[in-house]
Design a protein around this ligand. Sequence first.
Ligand code: GDP
Ligand code: MG
Ligand code: ZN
Length: 308
Amino acid sequence: MTAEEIVEGLVVRKSGAEFAVERGGVVAPCSLPGKMRLSGSPREFLPVVGDRIRFRMERGGARGIVTEVLPRRSLLARVDPSQRSGCSVMAANMDLAVLVFAAREPRFNERMLDRMLVAAECGSMEPVICINKIDIAADAAALDQALHPYRAMGYRAILSSAVTGEGVVELAGLLAGRLSILAGPSGAGKTSLISRVQPGLELAVGDVSAKTGKGKHTTSHFELHRLGAGGYLGDTPGVREFGIWGVSRAALSSHFRDFAPFLGACRFAACTHSHEPDCTVKSAVGSGGLSRGRYESYLRILETLPER
Ligand SMILES: Nc1nc2c(ncn2[C@@H]2O[C@H](COP(=O)(O)OP(=O)(O)O)[C@@H](O)[C@H]2O)c(=O)[nH]1
Ligand SMILES: [Mg+2]
Ligand SMILES: [Zn+2]
């Protein structure tokens, strides 16, 4: 490849402003040109893992310089937790976003699951729900019951254990030949599951703090691993907060699959299904046609979205 030649590759790892970009089985280190870093390009347009980029090799060097981020077909984004505003893109171009929660330690947070489902849906990634650590669940049958409504909405939901291997074959079957990431709270067992799905990778598994019951962040950079069965699987740093970014108040209900049968019949066409009278969504919650938990998730997201 000559210095002038511009080529395409896949971002497989990101660590600060450094990227590892794969092209034809070879991974090259790449960095952003100063103008991309400094010109105030909106954060969401900077490359992330899963992006297809164009780059050229530095003159005489072994390092690539990113020239362009190609259009994304999907993304998983949230509100930037460090600034509590703006956007933080976790990954791009994935087929699947596997949302991993623990049965306990840390406790299964259904409201966060609902937020991540909305983000995956509106970013065009197919979500898969994975409840891990089923080996230490206090009541596995109750958990399976809790997943019932999600399965009824058409989501795949897997109960797994990285310790006993339960559910791992099912998960591996879904991942084969596709681009996927695991996302969820720290300590849920994402890294442990990746080791189970693809043994032989050297990954750092973290402890769940005995004091707080919360996981510690051990996945400092995020990397896509090539799967023996084809495809790529990526880990993400643990999520503590997951705020919805890029969804309007009017569009929010369309990302709640279970709301669909009740939309379009409220008294007001622009009903937000919160305070308005004659709201068919609220009536459905009242009569048991819609889950209260899901409706609560909806209201909690709605109040975080800007009025306009
Ligand atoms: N009992 C049990 N422990 C698990 C399971 N999966 C992971 N762990 C433990 O949970 C802790 C956090 O796991 P890790 O894979 O680092 O979680 P991550 O933060 O989501 O990547 C480690 O101590 C793991 O050994 C599981 O299925 N069952
Ligand atoms: Mg991890
Ligand atoms: Zn309504």
